[in-house]
Design a protein around this ligand. Structure first.
Ligand code: AMP
Length: 331
């Protein structure tokens, strides 16, 4: 396949050299990702695990934490097979803050963080964090390309990375989608991956999700200032037979409306609090997410809030941000 090697900045060369030498030295490598995983978290995790397992057959390389059913087509984990220990090398992908890592971490282990979110919590002893990447899967491709021959691309790895890239870029539609993103996707496509099948896996809606999308579109609250939000109760979820997290595929939907500058989903969880999905075309949302103990990218963030009263505060705060930024940008 055609492999694209960029001229990475010197500091990245040093970090990637160190990452590869830590990998070479380790006997066991445990790859973690964030809770409530999306296709990029699983794609980067599975892609990296398979790259390392193929290149270093004598090492134990394990993807940590079970894969939710809706993403099981990207692979399953066997994390039960290991008890994390201090001598393990931990690689955390696509996870901005340590508290969102899923799975039991070994105490005192060396942690390498590979991520494309703002680096507010550089929890790794070694941090390769670069917000210019559209996705963590794109970074894993660059790690592969950087090693020139040490790691081997396969159709399975390419499928995982391509899935991660189209997941985080919403099929190449976010502002983070760059010529590098598209070139990497083209390179992955030379592995004869099933592009149509991957897209269907990520986009197809079950009848229950179709019904939820109809409900969301007809119950969304459009405040007229560019903010749209919808609240989905757990009862409604259960009536449709949906599992928590299944709504992820619908999150871009509210943003298709021409008047939506920022859109918010509030999903009641089985525990009774609400998961918030913040999305935006251009106005940053991550600072508002952070006020409510969440975080993420400028245009895609998340948080959890306890109740309807807090939802109202999130909406008020977000509306103020939308109005303020709209006024500034129209001057
Ligand atoms: P989501 O709406 O859950 O798909 O998340 C959008 C982005 O925000 C992803 O990059 C997540 O990793 C990140 N994110 C979601 N929830 C949180 C949180 N509670 N704290 C920090 N980042 C989050």
């Amino acid at each position: 396949m055609a492999t694209f090697n960029w001229l990475l900045p010197m500091k990245d060369n040093l970090v990637l050299n160190t990452i590869m030498s830590r990998i070479t030295d380790a006997d066991r490598i445990l790859v973690y990702r964030h809770t409530n995983p999306d296709p990029d978290a699983i794609g980067a995790q599975m892609g990296l695990v398979q790259l390392l397992a193929t290149a270093f057959p004598s090492k134990t390389v394990v993807a940590m934490a079970a894969v939710p059913q809706r993403l099981a087509w990207l692979g399953v984990t066997d994390e039960q097979s290991v008890t994390p220990q201090a001598t393990d090398l931990v690689i955390a992908v696509d996870c901005a803050n340590a508290e969102r890592l899923e799975g039991q971490l070994p105490a005192d282990a060396l942690i390498i963080k590979i991520d494309h979110h703002p680096n507010r919590d550089p929890y790794g002893q070694l941090n390769w964090v670069d917000e210019s990447y559209s996705s963590c899967s794109e970074m894993i491709y660059d790690l592969y390309a950087y090693t020139t021959g040490q790691l081997t691309m396969t159709a399975a790895v390419a499928t995982a990375l391509y899935a991660g890239i189209i997941g985080d870029t919403v099929r190449f539609s976010t502002p983070e989608t760059s010529s590098r993103t598209l070139t990497i996707a083209a390179s992955l496509a030379t592995e004869e991956i099933d592009i149509a099948a991957i897209s269907h896996h990520e986009m197809d809606l079950t009848p229950a999700l179709s019904k939820l999308s109809g409900y969301a579109l007809s119950h969304q609250v459009d405040d007229g200032d560019g903010l749209v939000h919808v609240i989905i109760s757990q009862t409604h979820f259960e009536q449709l037979g949906l599992q928590y997290g299944e709504e992820d595929v619908l999150v871009p939907l509210l943003g298709n409306q021409t008047t939506a500058k920022v859109w918010l989903w509030f999903i009641e969880t089985p525990e009774g609090n609400y998961r918030v999905h913040f999305r935006s075309r251009a106005i940053p949302v991550n600072d508002v997410a952070k006020v409510f103990d969440g975080g993420g990218h400028p245009l895609a963030s998340g948080a959890f809030v306890p109740d309807i009263a807090t939802i109202e505060r999130v909406v008020q705060r977000m509306r103020a941000q939308v109005v303020a930024k709209t006024v500034v940008s129209s001057v």
